[in-house]
Every structure is written in structure tokens, then in C-alpha cells.
Write a protein that binds this ligand. Structure first.
Ligand SMILES: NC(=O)c1ccc[n+]([C@@H]2O[C@H](COP(=O)([O-])OP(=O)(O)OC[C@H]3O[C@@H](n4cnc5c(N)ncnc54)[C@H](OP(=O)(O)O)[C@@H]3O)[C@@H](O)[C@H]2O)c1
Ligand SMILES: *[C@@H]1O[C@H](CO)[C@@H](O)[C@H](O)[C@H]1NC(C)=O
Length: 326
């Protein structure tokens, strides 16, 4: 009798667990945290790079709603103006238009230029300094084989995704240490956790970020410096053209992605994964059973590059089991 009760409980747990795993849009720890803690962002200064479109723009709007003061950066100033105007027009923040500062930034412009931008950032909002930086800007080129990467695009990927964010961090960190606190949020990628055939250099740039920022946190955690590395799989841009390959893939919306980023940050998670299946399962496999994960990726890698060239679904299980007739 007791054993029947016991096995039913185990079975129910297993079913709940696998249901969550199959239908969830993030890792177990992240999904167990529930809602964003509002007080984490209320009246705090949050600097977002790459806020002129995509996930960065959505993050800016959600953070305004949560009562944060924003510094929004990217190269395209008119687009930053548009984001700021939308935040004021929709009355999203309690700070009004004064709660959003535009700070143009080119992450590939070298350390001296970035130093000037950092000095400007800490002088904003009456010299309040910066509580959170969201390293969200990135350069991503269309998928291609690793053989086919021109030097200019190699440079751009590493400059914008790695060297720029590291310089910015190194220049800002002393100010955070003086205040005794600061939180770096890093938009990495599933490509920073697992092989990403067709995106070798992009993947290299995201692995580099993970290595740098987890190391940085372990050096300065005792001094109040926090790092959250976020690894999203495929995300649906809210303004993506319907004709893009995106429409064929099941993607987490950029609104939900931004919400989960803020859940992870406000609950102090050190790493968080955001994705539907099958990408989430691949991340778990590569993390916990690398020989199986790498075996799987080696089976589908070449086909994925080929599929990308034909603008097909590069996250499909069909890469493994053969393609359905269309
Ligand atoms: N979308 C996805 O499916 C996905 C999946 C996993 C991870 N991610 C990561 O999530 C982040 C946001 O992705 P997204 O798709 O929203 O990106 P996106 O739409 O391509 O936007 C990229 C942002 O970065 C800025 N940027 C580009 N080059 C820059 C430079 N040299 N200096 C400063 N800013 C620059 C762009 O603004 P300007 O052009 O005006 O400079 C833009 O605001 C990225 O780190 C990306 O790698 C995205
Ligand atoms: C790429 O970067 C290297 C090292 O900074 C530089 O020497 C080279 O000229 C750059 N190439 C291009 C095409 O920009």
C-alpha cells in the first residue's frame, strides 16, 4: 500500500518535472523564482547598451515601468530618441522624460573613447553613478561556415561583443567598488554554452564573455560586485519582418525574454538560460553530459550550416531525423 502511494508520488513528480522541461522557456532554477522583484530596480540607475532596438529596447521599457532611471546607449542616436520618446509618451516611468538619458556609444571605438562615455555615464542623474550595466549590444552576422568569415567581420564581432564590453567594465568597476556595489548583466547566448555551427565566431565571442564575467565576479564578489550571465536561445524580435527565417522557428518573445532577464537579475542568479526546446535540452546535455551533447552537435552541425544557407529552420529536430517534405 505504502509503496503504491510512494510510486504515485514519484510518478507525479516526474510528470510535472518533464512537463515543465518540455514546455518551459527557461532553466529550472530561473523558472522556480517567480516574479521580478520590483524593489531591485526602483530608483536605481540602469545603463543598457544596444537599447536602440530588439531586446535592449524592450528591457528599457520594462525597466522604466519598474521605476528605474535609464541610460540608453547604442550608435544610432535617432533610434535612441525614438525609444526615449516612446517611454515618455506611454508614460511608462515614474521619472518622466528626465528618467531617461541618451548616451551614444560605439563599442568598437577603443578604450579612450569608451573612457569618455563611462565618465559621462557616472556624472548623469546628479552624479548618482551606475547601479546596473546591461551588456546587451552585439554584432551578429548571418550564419555561414567558419571558413567564410572575412577579417572585417571577425574584428567587428570580437570588438563589439568582447573587447568593448570588457573595456567598459574595467573603466566603470573602480567607481562601483568605491560605492561598494554594482551589478553587471551580460547578454550572452546559448551559443556561449554549446557549439553553434554556422556561428563559430559569434559563439567564440559569447564563450569569451562567459569566461571573463564569471572570473570577474569571483574576483570581486566579496566587494559587492555581482554578475548575471544570461544565455538566451532563439528570441523573436518584436519588430522582426515576418518574412525572415524567424517565422519558421519557435522563439521566445523579446518581451518574455526581457522579463526573465529581470527575474534572474533581481533574484541574484549568476547564470540563467532562456529558451524553448530543443535548444534548452541541448544546453542541459552539453553542460551535464558533454560527450553526448557534443556527439549530437557533430551529427547535425554540417546540416545546420547548409540549412542556414537555404534560410531554413536551424533549430529544428529535423536536422537530426531528416527533413519533412514541404
Ligand atoms: N535575438 C536573439 O535571438 C538572441 C539570442 C541569443 C542572444 N542574443 C543576444 O541578446 C542581445 C540583444 O540581441 P538583439 O537580437 O536584440 O540584438 P539587435 O536587435 O541586433 O540589436 C543590437 C543592438 O546592439 C547595438 N550595437 C550594435 N553594434 C554596436 C556598437 N558597435 N556599439 C554600440 N552598440 C552597438 C545596436 O544599436 P546600433 O546599431 O544603433 O549601434 C542595437 O541596439 C545580443 O547580445 C545578442 O547577442 C540574442
Ligand atoms: C582587424 O584587426 C587587426 C588587429 O587590430 C588589424 O590589424 C586589421 O587591420 C583589422 N582588419 C580589418 C579588415 O579591419
Amino acid at each position: 500500500m505504502l509503496s503504491i502511494v510512494f510510486s504515485s508520488v514519484i510518478l507525479a513528480l516526474l510528470l510535472t518535472f518533464s512537463h515543465k522541461f518540455l514546455t518551459g522557456d527557461g532553466d529550472f532554477t530561473l523558472l522556480s523564482k517567480g516574479k521580478v522583484k520590483r524593489e531591485s530596480f526602483q530608483d536605481k540607475v540602469v545603463w543598457i547598451t544596444g537599447a536602440s532596438r530588439g531586446i535592449g529596447e524592450v528591457l528599457a521599457k520594462q525597466l522604466a515601468t519598474l521605476g528605474a532611471k535609464l541610460i540608453i546607449s547604442a550608435r544610432n542616436e535617432p533610434e535612441l530618441e525614438r525609444v526615449k520618446n516612446q517611454i515618455s509618451a506611454l508614460n511608462l516611468g515614474k521619472h518622466g522624460p528626465e528618467g531617461v538619458e541618451i548616451l551614444p556609444l560605439d563599442l568598437s571605438s577603443g578604450e579612450d573613447a569608451i573612457r569618455e562615455v563611462v565618465e559621462k555615464a557616472i556624472s548623469l542623474f546628479g552624479g548618482a553613478g551606475v547601479d546596473y550595466v546591461i551588456h546587451n549590444a552585439a554584432f551578429e552576422r548571418p550564419k555561414s561556415t567558419a571558413l567564410d568569415v572575412p577579417e572585417a567581420s571577425l574584428n567587428a564581432t570580437l570588438d563589439v561583443n568582447v573587447v568593448g564590453p570588457i573595456s567598459l567594465t574595467r573603466l566603470l568597476l573602480p567607481h562601483m567598488l568605491k560605492k561598494g556595489k554594482g551589478h553587471f548583466v551580460v547578454m550572452s547566448s546559448a551559443a556561449g554554452k554549446a557549439p553553434a555551427p554556422g556561428q563559430a565566431v559569434y559563439s567564440a565571442s559569447k564563450f569569451a564573455l562567459n569566461g571573463y564575467f564569471h572570473s570577474l565576479r569571483s574576483e570581486f564578489y566579496q566587494k559587492g560586485i555581482m554578475v548575471t550571465v544570461v544565455c538566451p536561445g532563439p528570441i523573436e524580435a518584436s519588430n522582426a519582418p515576418a518574412t525572415s527565417t524567424a517565422s519558421k522557428e519557435k522563439r521566445v518573445s523579446s518581451e518574455r525574454c526581457a522579463e526573465l532577464v529581470l527575474v534572474a537579475v533581481s533574484h541574484g542568479l549568476k547564470e540563467a538560460w532562456i529558451s524553448y526546446q530543443p535548444v534548452l535540452a541541448v544546453m542541459y546535455l552539453v553542460q551535464y553530459m558533454p560527450s553526448v551533447g557534443f556527439w549530437l552537435m557533430d551529427k547535425i552541425g554540417a546540416k545546420r550550416v547548409e540549412t542556414a544557407a537555404k534560410k531554413g529552420n536551424t533549430y529544428s529536430m529535423n536536422l537530426l531525423f531528416g527533413r519533412k517534405k514541404e
